[in-house]
Design a protein around this ligand. Structure first.
Ligand SMILES: *Cc1c(COP(=O)(O)O)cnc(C)c1O
Length: 460
């Protein structure tokens, strides 16, 4: 490969979707109407939407062509056969269950394996994963490695699970109580940080020794494979797909939200090694999702997933994907924006507590930054801090989250380099005005998942 600095997008644009340009005065009004919570903004009032990488990918010409070929038969559709074959080939598992998104697969598998008295262990459970486990009555333990606690520390595989703690926790709880060990690749809640093959191998050995199910939450398995190839030299000779296949081969099953690395807007699946467990799950699938050959997806969705799962492993795509995420992160770092380092695969996480050190945590520095990004540049991002995870003590005082982060998630194949350069320019302005920014207070909130709907005001 040539060594030019500019990462050109390995695609050309065939179809465009216009962005409505707005100015600062308009955005101040829009944000006020949305009670300073960008989740309450209409998308057409946003210029660059970095709220999530989930379901926001741009599909390829091949995927759109596949959509026209979708077989909408209730049972045994051609599109299902094609999707099953692609997933079986990738995962090595025989039993594939389609679902409408990742959390449906989670509810089926973890609902079946879980229940009161049961335990799940993960590098970090994603929020829907934890919610499904806890809803079943079981407990979920996160044991990421200690290097993950220090935001600025360079470590190549900050998404790893702590295998020493894993052994201890198994000894403490008893292997028979443990429903599954779940490895999330990349570790989404931990900053999109990758998990090494060596870590997956050790985890697999521990699970085998104790006869515990080992499940891969593989939403971003292609992005994770990129980091393994470039940071773990024993695996550098393998293709990205071979690396992913090797990782699947260590496990007993996998859950995927196809809204991430399958490059589609909706879909998911559950893939399992063992027939007995697969049959139990299939019964649950039929009751709540749909028949076993569509599981809540239309034929055209399944076509697009089958094609996306192949495209995501293309070397030029992955190279562009990971380099463009790190381009944004590295440039922000050069500007002096504090962030989680190294940069993960799908997003950049800003340390808002360090950026706005004059705003106390109970005035939500992360939410203040989210609002500034919108007002200054029409950029939508999300707070991952005390608005999302904060709790109250018995006196109604905030128990803050460990970190006050703002996530800039990059939709796949959607924004160009000049749009990202615009984001950088907005940050220059944010830095110039940082001492003028005020904190926020919550004036209305629901009991659960408050970040989606709560309302704010500025403090004085
Ligand atoms: C998105 C996600 C899920 C849930 O998938 P949905 O399709 O949103 O239901 C589960 N695990 C991880 C790691 C995710 O990123």
């Amino acid at each position: 490969m040539d060594d030019f600095k500019t990462i050109i997008e390995p695609f050309r644009i065939k179809m465009v979707e216009s962005i409505r340009m707005t100015n600062k005065e308009e955005r101040i009004e829009y944000l006020k109407d949305a009670h300073f919570n960008p989740f309450l903004l209409d998308s057409e009032k946003v210029m660059i939407d970095l709220l999530t990488d989930s379901g926001t990918s741009a599909m390829s010409a091949n995927q759109w062509a596949g959509i026209m070929q979708g077989d909408e038969s209730y049972a045994g559709a051609k599109s299902w056969i094609k999707m099953r074959k692609v997933i079986s080939d990738l995962t090595g598992f025989e039993f594939i269950l389609p679902t409408h998104q990742g959390r449906a697969a989670e509810r089926i598998l973890y609902g079946y394996l879980g229940g009161k008295g049961k335990v799940f262990i993960s590098n970090t459970h994603f929020d829907t994963t934890r919610a499904n486990i806890e809803f079943s009555g079981a407990e979920a333990f996160d044991i990421p490695i200690k290097e993950s606690e220090d935001p600025a520390l360079y470590y190549p595989f900050k998404g790893n699970i702590d295998t020493l703690k894993l052994e201890q926790l198994i000894a403490e709880k008893g292997a028979e109580k443990i429903s599954a060990v779940i490895l999330t690749v990349t570790n989404n809640s931990g900053g999109g940080q990758p998990v090494s093959m060596a870590n997956a191998i050790s985890t697999s050995e521990i699970c085998k020794k104790h006869k515990i199910n080992f499940i891969l939450d593989c939403c971003r398995i292609a992005e994770n494979a990129y980091f393994i190839k470039h940071r773990e030299k024993e695996f550098a000779h393998l293709t990205y797909k071979e690396i992913a296949q090797m990782m699947f081969s260590l496990t007993d099953g996998a859950i995927m939200s196809a809204k991430k690395d399958a490059l589609v807007n909706m879909g998911g699946f559950l893939a399992l090694k063992e027939e007995k467990l697969a049959n139990e799950c299939k019964n649950l699938l039929i009751i709540t999702e749909g028949f076993a050959t569509y599981g809540g997806l239309s034929g055209r969705d399944m076509e697009a997933i089958a094609i996306g799962l192949e495209e995501v492993f293309e070397a030029d795509y992955l190279n562009y994907r990971i380099k463009s995420t790190s381009f944004l992160g590295e440039k922000l770092k050069e500007l002096g924006v504090p962030l989680i380092y190294p940069i993960g695969g799908h997003a950049v996480y800003i340390d808002a507590k360090a950026l706005y050190s004059h705003i106390p945590v109970d005035e939500y520095p992360g939410q203040a930054l989210v609002c500034e990004l919108y007002i200054m540049g029409g950029i939508r991002s999300v707070e991952i801090g005390s608005v999302m995870f904060g709790k109250y003590d018995e006196n109604g005082k905030l128990i803050a989250a460990p970190k006050e982060l703002v996530r800039l998630a990059l939709p796949r194949r959607v924004y160009t380099q000049s749009q990202i350069e615009y984001v950088l320019e907005v940050f220059e302005r944010i830095l110039e005005h940082k001492s003028e920014v005020k904190g926020m207070k919550i004036i209305e909130e629901p009991l659960f998942l408050r970040h989606f709907t709560c309302k704010f005001e500025r403090t004085n």
